[in-house]
Design a protein. Sequence first.
Length: 185
Amino acid sequence: MTVPNLLSIARLAGVPVFLWLLLGPQADGWAFALLVVSGITDWLDGKLARILDQSTPLGQLLDPAADRLYIAAALLAFLLRDIVPWWVVLALVGREIVVGIALLALRRRRFAPPEVTYIGKAATFTLMYALPLLLVSHAETPVAEVLRPVAYAFTAWGAVLYLWSGALYVAQIARAVGRDVAGRA
């Protein structure tokens, strides 16, 4: 157990709490705080892994898993609370499904998953800013009115980057699988 892995495990443990805060008591302030802490620890675990030379295969699984689960939990809760439209959720979840199926094809051939791209990191980073902004902008306050366009802009930009990075991952996987098929023929 490394410090970065412990931070990732803590982030994973926060996902059901985050979802409950949004859907149960609708304690948006606490959900917002948890999402911000998750974003900070996401940055911190990567930084510590590099500084302390504690990058591990487990950490390479936990970190993106926590990101995906926070995004999925937020999208589900936001959809149920009418914060985001269904088509936004469908596009982002659809991307995950397509990439997931492509990764299964890659694993079936015993290949390692593709390296995380800068665009993929930028997409996750942007969505991790968009989600708390969307939550804050949903309130009926003057601050929410000002933040709403910013939240929508981050959401749109993050969604485009997320879809683009998904297309790049699928293309990388298709090339690898195609080379493997051609090599076996």
